[in-house]
Design a binder for this molecule. Structure first.
Ligand code: URP
Ligand code: ZN
Ligand code: ZN
Ligand code: ZN
Length: 476
């Protein structure tokens, strides 16, 4: 069914203007004044912003962790994402050591096929780089269109990889056109500090934060950035939380290294004191890296504004408070790490960012959609509103005021980490490839509508153009 969105204010990363949008065959057909078509369904967007659907580059649906599995699967998680104005997610496919990468990818296809209500793609975790893995990687890029790999520098004895693995992944990514993502925390230091805390009988949730200091994140971020520079490769640091890490990214970028950074809404609006809530409620705020002291929030906002950080991921990783978080009642290291944010990512950034004057409307669109599309090989199919692009579109009421609450959210989890937060703005209607997923704030989509997206090889079009001081003495 053709559609025309009329009377709205179209917002992209580059422009803000009044225009109508004609949608046909899942795509934006044309943009202009007074468009008409007798066969088209008319959507009145008067008083609304019309922007490209959000792209959440960081989710964990139905992911095993710490002896349990995240509550949201690809159905509930993508429904919640759509309610929140997100029309594409990129989820992390976890691999098992010693098994072919393809077997993990098949597992993730099984979880998502027939379930997702919006389009989706996968990043692939790399935990070892033996010859088998290095041989398989180019085929994964080619056959699956998976052009981003994640290496964990933390979670010792679980996900953590060593520097050789990271370095070899960076080199392979450079050769074959992929982007390497890192969870940057020094896992060895954290292992020592957590053991010591437990020996001293410090078992409460706050010790999760106190044993994962900002310096451990800064150190790993700097190390990863230097290895990326050494490999002449490209690096994306996920969930950046603190000044120490931002400084390392800024320094690497000033040298011309191809390094980018993501932060998450939770680090922009919550702080470490939440982990001290009584009655074990602090466990609701346990994820890694942890929440920081309040001043880091301002550092992150400034980094988003100045372009030292480029994207917002939700790191959506939902565990119930009752029955999952309480696995760590007597030992903070057993609290499953993660929080539910896929539904609130766009609204928090709009309300706290645009409405409070920290970022412009166009920067907001860049942060929630366009940059992720460019970095992860989806642009211009996704990430903008332009003729030929997929009609993934959010019609957003910028003035409605509401309070975030678990009673109102659609994530399949028994609490909201943002409970009681007042925000301005809400998606009203959300289209995925031209079809309604959310219509007048009601879900009308269908599981299985969402398509798996094979992504293009890394070619960000965002290159950090600074001249590099490191000359290519030796090409690895
Ligand atoms: O605590 C978190 N962030 N859980 C999800 C896994 C990860 O590190 O991204
Ligand atoms: Zn992580
Ligand atoms: Zn400030
Ligand atoms: Zn994550």
């Amino acid at each position: 069914m053709k559609k025309i969105i009329k009377n709205g204010t179209v917002v992209t990363a580059a422009d803000t203007y009044q225009a109508d949008i004609l949608i046909e065959n899942e795509k934006v057909k044309s943009i202009g004044d007074n468009l008409s078509d007798p066969e088209a369904d008319i959507i009145d967007a008067k008083g609304m912003y019309v922007f490209p659907g959000g792209i959440d580059p960081h989710t964990h649906m139905e992911m095993p962790f710490g002896g349990t599995v995240t509550k949201d699967d690809f159905e509930t998680g993508t429904i919640a994402a759509a309610y929140g104005g997100t029309t594409t997610i990129i989820d992390f496919c976890l691999t098992d050591k010693g098994k072919p990468l393809k077997s993990a990818i098949e597992k993730w296809h099984k979880k998502s096929n027939d379930k997702a209500v919006i389009d989706y793609s996968f990043h692939l975790m790399i935990s070892e780089t033996n010859n088998k893995v290095l041989e398989e990687l180019p085929r994964v890029i080619e056959d699956e269109g998976i052009t981003s790999f994640k290496v964990f520098m933390a979670y010792k004895n679980v996900f953590q990889a060593d520097d050789e693995t990271l370095f070899r992944t960076l080199i392979t990514a450079k050769e074959h056109g992929a982007l390497v993502m890192v969870h940057a925390e020094n896992g060895d230091v954290i292992e020592h500090l957590t053991k010591k805390a437990l020996e001293e009988g410090r078992t409460e949730p706050i010790y999760h934060a106190l044993t994962r200091p900002a310096e451990a994140e800064g150190e790993a971020t700097g190390r990863a950035a230097k290895l990326a520079g050494l490999a002449h490769s490209q690096l994306y640091v996920v969930h950046v939380t603190c000044q120490e890490a931002v400084e390392q990214i800024a320094e690497a970028r000033s040298k011309g290294y191809q390094v980018w950074g993501e932060t998450c809404p939770q680090y922009l609006v919550l702080d470490q004191s939440y982990l001290e809530k009584p009655d074990f409620e602090g466990a609701k705020y346990v994820w890694s890296p942890p929440l920081r002291e309040t001043f880091h929030q301002d550092v992150l906002w400034h980094a988003l504004k100045s372009g030292q950080l480029q994207t917002i991921g939700s790191d959506h990783c939902s565990f119930d408070f009752k029955g999952q978080k309480d696995l760590g009642k007597d030992d903070f290291t057993k609290i499953p790490n993660g929080g539910p944010f896929v539904e609130d990512r766009v609204s928090v950034l709009f309300s706290e960012g645009v409405k409070k004057g920290r970022i412009t409307l166009n920067e907001f669109v860049d942060l929630i959609s366009t940059r992720a599309a460019k970095l992860f090989g989806l642009f211009p199919k996704k990430g903008t509103i332009a003729p030929g692009s997929d009609a993934d579109i959010v019609i957003f009421d910028p003035n409605v005021k509401r309070t975030i609450s678990a009673h109102a959210h659609h994530m399949n989890v028994d609490y909201s980490a943002l409970e009681g937060m007042k925000v301005t703005g809400e998606p009203v209607t959300v289209l995925s490839r031209g079809e309604y997923v959310i219509r007048s704030k009601q879900f009308v989509g269908k599981p299985g509508w969402g398509k798996y997206l094979k992504r293009a090889r890394f070619n960000a079009g965002l290159e950090n153009k600074k001249q590099t001081s490191a000359s290519n003495k030796y090409i690895y």
